[in-house]
Design a protein around this ligand. Structure first.
Ligand code: TEU
Length: 545
């Protein structure tokens, strides 16, 4: 075992993401909660994952489902209590699972005590916790827009100033220039570390060092100075996994974030591959055709660039993204095959893989008929905006079906019973009607299920050092159907070979590797050089010395 694996447990780990509102309800109020999560820990243990990242459960008015925090040091009653949280940490620990909290440090809720104080007067000690600019009602400091629609500035008559918000009006941005803000944040993080938390995911962390006067949102000049201080004052005092969300990361920047010297984070989420199906210069709703060549080049570049100089996170899905099987796979006839194929292609690369709840079941996007069934603030704001701009309803719905964040947020499909076993009450967002077919109950004991395939992958990673250390090499770079690559170290090499389409394709590498051990395959029997729709295989061979 190499040094890096001994020192950095998270390089060998698989993380599972829970969106708590939609995971498991224990008290019939239609919203998932901590006791629900505790009741499903054995399921997670069976899957074999090492850590669970849970989206925010702090006190929040829920304008953005918990990404608007009103008290960082308490749990929202909707999810339970601090005592429940302590129990969750302890119960997870018993099963060898660490709990990763989601830290939203770029902004708070407008109901946070700091903001309530800040907006009282310019002299208030908390005023400078946020980002204010002078102006007059109706004359904005500049034309910056918020991610969730509308201007990025909101007028507060009491102080006759605008505050800056990169997301919703209810999410005022914190002022990281103020050392007091930073100290409060560090103390809060240390407090969670003392409770036994195993790591943190840092929400939109590349946006904290904004300079709105220069229209700088992410990657501000002081960003890495702030991050190094944050890491020194908190994370480096424990053995944590930390992952920053950085939509604006390039490989160069990611090397800073995930520097092996540990000065910032363990790794970052970068989103370059996620934006490939969006028309350039437009919004995520403006869909461009998918190109496998572009996807491969993008992912391969990240593999190459961070090799031994940083560390990748590997993910297809999260709570903001549509379901991968509906996006790059086939959520109809070849749902099972394509879900497995996508899993293998992702997990075979170098980095720490993340599984988003339900991905291990091959859960799909949802098509609600009416906007009233959608809950996400980004989705409903965009709908209103586009309808008022004259877009046709069908076109807007078409974009929602492809990209709404609610695709990922429908309740976890546990079984084929009422509400998919998620709640005995009325779910806060409707269950995807395909739960009768796609659910955990049908898959956990089926050796051929998507679930079992994920489970094998997770276990393989523990057995094969190549998954962690092997050097990546892309094959067939210009092929629009095949995604194939090798990983290699001094002792062994492996081949991942996948047909990314529903049309058979000839792939000579499969023939060349026939003498290797076939570790995984998403069809029965041996593959031939003609790969079937979405067929994927993993071969390993030892090197002869
Ligand atoms: O997301 C960051 C972010 O930039 C997203 O809003 C992204 O632009 C959008 O989802 C693309 O559709 C994080 C959280 O993951 C998200 O859930 C929060 O809403 C957001 O920050 C604000 O805290």
């Amino acid at each position: 075992m190499s040094d890096s694996r001994e020192q950095k447990w998270w390089k060998n780990a698989v993380v599972y993401q829970i969106y708590p509102k939609s995971f498991q309800d224990s008290n019939g109020d239609g919203v998932g909660d901590i006791r629900g999560i505790i009741s499903r820990l054995d399921y997670l243990k069976d899957l074999g994952i090492d850590a669970v990242w849970i989206s925010p459960m702090y006190c929040s008015p829920q304008n953005d489902n918990g990404y608007d925090i009103s008290d960082y040091q308490d749990i929202d009653p909707m999810f339970g209590t601090l005592a429940d949280m302590d129990e969750l940490i302890a119960e997870a620990k018993k099963r060898g699972i660490r709990i990763i909290m989601d830290l939203v440090l770029n902004h708070t809720s407008d109901e946070h005590r700091w903001f309530q104080e800040a907006k009282k007067s310019r002299e208030n000690p908390y005023h400078d916790y946020y980002v204010w600019r002078d102006g007059e009602p109706g004359v904005y400091p500049n034309e910056m827009k918020a991610t969730f629609g509308g201007p990025a500035w909101e007028w507060v008559p009491e102080v006759e100033q605008y505050y800056f918000h990169q997301f919703a009006v209810e999410q005022p941005d914190l002022n990281w220039e103020n050392p007091k803000v930073r100290r409060e944040i560090y103390d809060m993080i240390l407090w969670w570390m003392d409770r036994g938390v195993g790591g943190f995911r840092l929400d939109v962390i590349d946006q904290i060092a904004k300079e709105p006067d220069k229209k700088i949102t992410n990657n501000g000049p002081r960003l890495h100075e702030f991050l190094r201080e944050l890491s020194r004052e908190t994370f480096q005092k424990g053995d944590l996994i930390t992952v920053g969300e950085a939509w604006g990361a390039t490989p160069e920047i990611a090397k800073l974030y995930s520097n092996p010297d540990g000065s910032e984070f363990s790794m970052v989420f970068q989103f370059e591959h996620v934006g490939l199906d969006q028309e350039e210069g437009k919004e995520k709703w403006d869909l461009a055709p998918l190109s496998l060549v572009k996807l491969k080049r993008c992912l391969a570049r990240w593999q190459r660039e961070l090799y031994q100089t940083g560390w990748n996170s590997l993910f297809w899905d999260n709570h903001d993204l549509p379901r991968i099987v509906s996006r790059w796979g086939d959520d109809g006839e070849y749902r099972v095959e394509s879900a497995k194929m996508l899993a293998l292609v992702l997990h075979g690369m170098q980095g720490t893989p993340y599984i988003y709840q339900g991905e291990e079941l091959g859960m799909t996007n949802v098509k609600f008929h009416d906007i009233s069934e959608y809950r996400d603030i980004e989705t409903t704001n965009m709908y209103d905006e586009r309808i008022s701009e004259g877009y046709a309803k069908e076109d807007v719905m078409h974009s929602l079906y492809a990209k709404s964040r609610d695709n990922a947020r429908t309740p976890m499909q546990w079984n084929d019973g009422r509400n998919a076993g998620f709640t005995t009450g009325t779910p806060w967002i409707a269950v995807n009607p395909n739960y009768t077919k796609i659910n955990a109950g049908a898959q956990v004991n089926d050796p051929d299920s998507v679930y079992s395939f994920y489970k094998k992958l997770v276990h393989l990673r523990k057995e094969q050092p190549l998954f962690v250390d092997g050097k990546f090499r892309l094959l067939y770079e210009d092929d629009e159907q095949i995604f194939a690559y090798t990983r290699e170290d001094e002792e062994a090499e492996m081949l991942v070979c996948a047909n990314f389409t529903g049309t058979p394709v000839f792939c000579p590498a499969v023939e060349e590797w026939k003498d290797g051990d076939m570790l995984l395959h998403n069809y029965p029997g041996e593959p031939s050089a003609e790969l079937k729709p979405y067929e994927a295989v993993l071969y390993l061979r030892k090197k002869r010395n």
